[in-house]
Design a protein around this ligand. Structure first.
Ligand SMILES: NC(=O)c1ccc[n+]([C@@H]2O[C@H](COP(=O)([O-])OP(=O)(O)OC[C@H]3O[C@@H](n4cnc5c(N)ncnc54)[C@H](O)[C@@H]3O)[C@@H](O)[C@H]2O)c1
Length: 259
């Protein structure tokens, strides 16, 4: 019960990593806001949390729209009270190098991954300042640290989230709000499955992803959720401004010798 008594908001929590973080937080006693574009899928996650004995509320909203974010935050506060923990997890990942990325895809990527993070954080922070306490976690990516081909706009936003972590941690460290980011490597998730399904040879690419990570496999959703749990909890009370890689060692690997 490492989050007992806390209220947490997880964006993009209807599936994948966000759903895993929300379920893990609920297991540890948090009351959780499940925010996502997909209303029915939010309700399904809430039902799963309740079936496991936890408490959650579905918040259907597009984080890129201020007019949808603010009512969702108000609904969460009205139901569970002040928000202690925010996980900015929702994101979209258009594929393509810059010359092959449409303006619409680029704008949507920045609107969700950055504007959305800004809008939700801006809505939550005044309440955390009033409490004098809070933990904010941005889900970034190793693509914000490394050059990986074919996902330029997405990588741009993930690098920005790591910079934002440093800026926000500096603004709020003395006022009780810790701000950290988590940068996963490749994680076995619906986003990965969608990406692989669009490729010509998904099976060999999946094996390549396993091989790229020095640990020898891609990561699991619970391996990301467990690091978020630590950062959300009071166990991380002296941790702020950090970017935790959860990447099987990919971000520190040098050139591998050929067999
Ligand atoms: N899966 C990976 O390998 C991987 C690796 C590194 C980082 N990440 C990051 O982890 C996070 C979660 O990834 P995932 O694999 O679970 O992705 P996913 O696509 O499975 O889930 C993303 C969720 O965000 C929601 N969402 C998208 N746009 C939204 C919006 N405008 N408003 C509200 N909700 C919205 C979607 O409906 C979906 O439920 C993302 O930030 C992603 O960039 C994932």
């Amino acid at each position: 019960m490492r989050l007992k008594g806390k209220v947490a908001l997880v964006t993009g929590a209807a599936r994948g990593i966000g759903r895993g973080i929300a379920m893990r937080f609920a297991e540890e006693g948090a009351r959780v806001g499940i925010l996502d574009l997909q209303a029915a899928a939010c309700e399904a996650v809430v039902a799963e949390v309740r079936a496991a004995g936890g408490e959650a509320i579905a918040l259907a909203a597009d984080i890129s729209q201020a007019a949808q974010v603010n009512p969702a935050l108000a609904m969460l506060r009205e139901r569970f009270g002040a928000i202690d923990v925010l996980v900015n997890n929702a994101a979209v990942m258009p594929a393509g190098a810059i010359h092959a990325t449409s303006l619409d895809d680029f704008d949507r990527c920045l609107a969700v991954n950055l504007r959305g993070t800004f809008l939700v954080s801006r809505g939550v922070i005044p309440g955390m300042l009033a409490l004098g306490n809070g933990s904010i976690i941005h889900i970034a990516s190793v693509t914000g640290l490394l050059g990986l081909p074919g996902i330029a706009a997405y990588s741009m936003t993930k690098g920005a989230l790591i910079a934002l972590t440093r800026a926000m941690s500096t603004d709020y460290a003395a006022r009780g709000i810790r701000v950290n980011s988590v940068s996963p490597g490749t994680i076995d998730s619906p986003m990965l499955h969608d990406f692989l399904a669009a490729q010509s040879d998904p099976d060999s690419l999946r094996q390549e992803f396993d091989r790229m990570h020095p640990i020898g496999r891609v990561g699991t959703i619970s391996e990301v959720a467990n690091v978020c749990l630590f950062l959300a909890s009071d166990e991380a009370s002296f941790v702020t401004g950090a970017n935790y890689t959860v990447d099987g060692g990919i971000s520190v690997k040098g050139e591998q010798p050929q067999d």
